[in-house]
Design a protein. Structure first.
Length: 648
C-alpha cells in the first residue's frame, strides 16, 4: 500500500526516478515535467520503503519558497517525524553548520550576515579609506570581483598577484581582514567558509558524511564552483547523491553558475544512472515544438525532447512592430481583447530581457487602464525603515558590527556629520579597532569638540541602555523598545509623504518578530531572527497569492523561471536585446541567451506571442533593429506572423 501511495499518479519515468536503487542518480528534468514532485516522492520513498532515517537526508534547493513547498508536500505524504531531516538552500544549510561550529570556523558566536546592500556600503567605505580613485575602482566592480573569487573557492593568497588584478586583490584582502575583525560574513563567504571548515577539520566532515548519506540537490544546473565542491566533499565516497536539473534551463552564468557541473558530476561519479523526464504537463504541443527546435541549436547540452499528451494548441504568434510604442500598443490591445473575452486579466504575463524595457509597457498599460504588477519589487527587509531597525538590533546583538554602526550613528539625526564619521573611521583603521571602540577611545581622548563629543556620548549611552533594557525580553518586545526608544518611530511619523507606509511597516516588523518561530537552540531569538532577515532572499518571489489578483504580470525572463502563465508575451526579440549585445560574439554566452529564450517560451501554457521592433529608441537615439536570430530558428509549421492587431 505504501508503494502504491508513493507511486500513484506518476508516469513511467517519474516512477523510475522515485523508486531507483540508492545509488548516484541524475534526473534530467525538462521544463514542466514535475521535478518538485519527484523530489518529494523520492524523499517519501527513502523514508517509507528504504527505511532511511530522517536524519540521514539532506535536500538542497535554491529558494526558500521551494524549501517550504517540499517540506509541506512531504508532510502530507509521510506520517513520520521529519524534524531531523535537513531541507534548505545552500546558504541556509551552510549557515546552520557555521552556527554550530563557529569556534572551529574562527567566527564569533554572534557573527552577522551582510546582505548585498550592506556589503556594497562596506566596500565603498573601505575603498574611500584606502584613498583609491572611487571612479576607477568602483565598489560595484570590487564587490563582483570579491564574490566571484569566493564562488570559485579562492582566497586572496590563492589568486595570482598580476598587474591587472593587483588593486582588486588588495581591496579583497583588506575587505576580508575587516570582515574577520568585526565578525561579518557575506553570502559567498557562508558557503566558502563552511567548505573550508570541512577541509580543515576531517573530524567534523566525517560526522556530516556519516550522517547525511542521502543527498538530493535540486536545480543542479545553477550551482557554481564552490557549491559543487561543497556537495562533492559532503558526499565523499559513500554518500548517495541524486541531482535534479535541466542543462537547457541554465541561465545564471553571469552570477557564477556552471552548466558544465552536470557533466562534471557524471565524470566524478561515472556509474551515475541518468533518467530523462521529457513529458511536459504545462504547454501545448506547438509551444513545445517551438522550444525543442530552438534549443536544438545549442551544442552544450545533454539532449532531450519535451512532449505532451495535450492538443497542438494555437500557433506561436510573431508580431513585427514599427517601434517600441507600436509594440507596447499591440501587446496591450491583445490583453484588452483577452479581458473582453474572459472579463479578467488573470494569468497573463509580459516578459522581457531587461528591466529597462518595462517603462514603455507600463505607460501603455496605464493609458488603457489595465491593472498590472511588476514582479521583483523591493523586499520587505530591504525597505529603509526596516533596515534602520534591523541595524539597531544588530548593534544590540554585536556592538562591533561596523556596518550597522555607520547606518544608525546619525539616524535619527543627532548632530554627528560625515566629517565626524570619517574621523572615527580613520582612527579605527589606524588602530585596527572597530568603530564602537574607536568612538569610545576618541571620546576619552578629548580630541573632538565638546558638541561632537556630547553627541557621541549620547549615542553610546543610547545603545548601552538599549542593550540593558532589552536583555532577556521576548523578541517582539525588544523590537518594539528599539523602534520607540531609538527615535525611529517619531522620525518616520513626521516624514512627509511616506509617513503612513513607514509606520505600517514598522508595525508589521513587530508582528513578524512576535510570530517568528525559533528553531535553533544554539542561538538567541534575536540572533536567529537577524539571520532569517538576511537569508530570506526570495521574499518577493511570486507566490500563489498573485492568482487572486486580477492584474497583468510584468517581469524579466530570469524572474519568470519556475513560473507558468496561460498567455505569455515576450517582447524585444531583436539582435542586441535578445540575444543581448554583450553575448552576441561569444558562443558560450550566446548559448545561454538561447537557453534564456527557451525558458521564456516554456512559461506559456496555452498561448505564446513574440514581438520585435524594426526601430527602437535607445540612449536617446533611434536605431534600426534586426529581428533576433532566435526567431529565424523557430519551426515554420508552429508559427504565425501577425502584421497588425486587426488581423489577429
Amino acid at each position: 500500500m505504501k508503494i502504491l501511495k508513493i507511486l500513484e499518479g506518476l508516469n513511467d519515468k517519474q516512477r523510475a526516478a522515485v523508486s531507483a536503487p540508492r545509488s548516484n542518480l541524475l534526473v534530467l528534468a525538462g521544463a514542466g515535467s514535475g521535478k518538485t514532485r519527484i523530489l518529494v516522492h523520492r524523499i517519501a520513498w527513502l523514508l517509507l520503503i528504504d527505511k532511511c532515517l530522517p536524519s540521514s537526508i539532506l535536500a538542497v534547493t535554491f529558494t526558500n519558497k521551494a524549501v517550504t513547498e517540499i517540506r509541506n508536500r512531504v508532510d502530507k505524504l509521510v506520517n513520520l517525524s521529519k524534524d531531523k531531516m535537513w531541507i534548505g538552500t545552500f546558504h541556509s544549510l551552510a549557515h546552520r553548520i557555521l552556527r554550530i561550529h563557529h569556534i572551529e570556523a574562527n567566527l564569533p558566536k554572534n557573527f552577522q550576515i551582510l546582505d548585498n546592500e550592506d556589503q556594497l556600503r562596506f566596500i565603498k567605505s573601505l575603498i574611500k579609506n584606502m584613498n583609491f580613485d572611487e571612479k576607477k575602482w568602483s565598489a560595484n566592480k570590487a564587490m563582483w570581483y570579491i564574490n566571484n573569487k569566493k564562488d570559485e573557492g579562492l582566497r586572496p593568497k590563492n589568486v595570482s598577484n598580476n598587474f591587472i588584478e593587483k588593486n582588486w586583490l588588495h581591496i579583497y584582502k583588506e575587505y576580508q581582514e575587516a570582515c574577520d575583525r568585526i565578525g561579518l560574513v557575506d553570502f559567498a563567504e557562508i558557503i566558502l567558509r563552511s567548505y573550508e571548515l570541512w577541509l580543515n577539520r576531517p573530524d567534523i566532515l566525517g560526522y556530516y558524511q556519516n550522517r547525511f548519506n542521502n543527498i538530493l540537490v535540486d536545480e543542479f544546473q545553477d550551482t557554481n564552483c564552490i557549491q559543487y565542491e561543497w556537495t562533492r566533499i559532503l558526499a565523499g565516497n559513500k554518500g548517495k547523491v541524486i541531482i535534479v536539473g535541466d542543462d537547457d534551463q541554465s541561465i545564471y552564468g553571469w552570477r557564477g553558475a556552471k552548466v558544465k557541473n552536470i557533466q562534471k558530476f557524471l565524470t566524478d561519479y561515472p556509474k551515475t544512472e541518468i533518467i530523462r523526464l521529457e513529458q511536459n504537463y504545462r504547454s501545448t504541443n506547438k509551444i513545445l515544438q517551438t522550444a525543442n527546435t530552438l534549443i536544438a541549436n545549442n551544442s552544450i547540452r545533454m539532449g532531450k525532447k519535451l512532449w505532451t499528451n495535450r492538443t497542438d494548441g494555437a500557433p506561436v504568434s510573431i508580431y513585427k512592430a514599427i517601434n517600441e510604442l507600436d509594440e507596447a500598443n499591440f501587446v496591450t490591445n491583445c490583453i484588452k481583447k483577452l479581458q473582453k473575452e474572459r472579463n479578467k486579466f488573470l494569468d497573463c504575463a509580459i516578459l522581457y530581457r531587461s528591466n529597462a524595457q518595462s517603462r514603455i509597457l507600463e505607460d501603455a498599460l496605464l493609458y488603457k487602464k489595465i491593472p498590472y504588477r511588476i514582479y521583483g519589487g523591493m523586499k520587505f527587509f530591504e525597505r529603509k525603515e526596516i533596515k534602520d531597525v534591523i541595524a539597531y538590533l544588530r548593534i544590540i546583538n554585536n556592538k562591533n558590527d561596523d556596518i550597522a554602526f555607520e547606518r544608525i550613528i546619525n539616524t535619527p539625526q543627532r548632530g554627528i556629520g560625515e566629517r565626524t564619521v570619517s574621523i572615527i573611521r580613520e582612527f579605527a583603521q589606524k588602530e585596527k579597532l572597530t568603530l564602537w571602540n574607536s568612538t569610545n577611545n576618541l571620546i576619552k581622548s578629548k580630541l573632538l569638540t565638546k558638541r561632537v563629543t556630547a553627541s557621541l556620548e549620547y549615542f553610546i549611552k543610547l545603545i548601552t541602555n538599549l542593550i540593558k533594557k532589552t536583555i532577556g525580553l521576548p523578541l517582539y518586545i525588544q523590537t518594539d523598545i528599539v523602534i520607540k526608544d531609538s527615535g525611529l518611530w517619531s522620525m518616520y511619523e513626521q516624514e512627509i509623504g511616506k509617513s503612513y507606509d513607514r509606520i505600517e511597516n514598522l508595525k508589521e516588523l513587530v508582528n513578524a518578530t512576535q510570530q517568528f518561530n525559533c528553531k535553533d537552540n544554539n542561538l538567541t531569538p534575536l540572533q536567529e531572527f537577524l539571520s532569517y532577515s538576511v537569508l530570506e532572499e526570495d521574499k518577493n518571489q511570486l507566490d500563489d497569492t498573485w492568482k487572486n489578483n486580477n492584474v497583468v504580470q510584468l517581469m524579466t525572463i530570469h524572474a519568470a523561471k519556475g513560473l507558468e502563465f496561460s498567455e505569455v508575451f515576450i517582447v524585444g526579440m531583436e539582435e542586441g536585446m535578445l540575444p543581448s549585445r554583450m553575448s552576441m560574439y561569444e558562443n558560450i554566452k550566446l548559448e545561454e541567451e538561447r537557453r534564456l529564450t527557451y525558458v521564456g517560451i516554456t512559461r506559456a501554457m496555452f498561448k505564446l506571442t513574440l514581438t520585435y521592433a524594426t526601430t527602437r529608441r535607445l540612449y536617446g537615439k533611434e536605431i534600426n533593429c534586426q529581428p533576433s536570430r532566435f526567431i529565424k530558428e523557430l519551426p515554420f509549421n508552429c508559427i504565425e506572423k501577425i502584421y497588425s492587431y486587426k488581423n489577429k
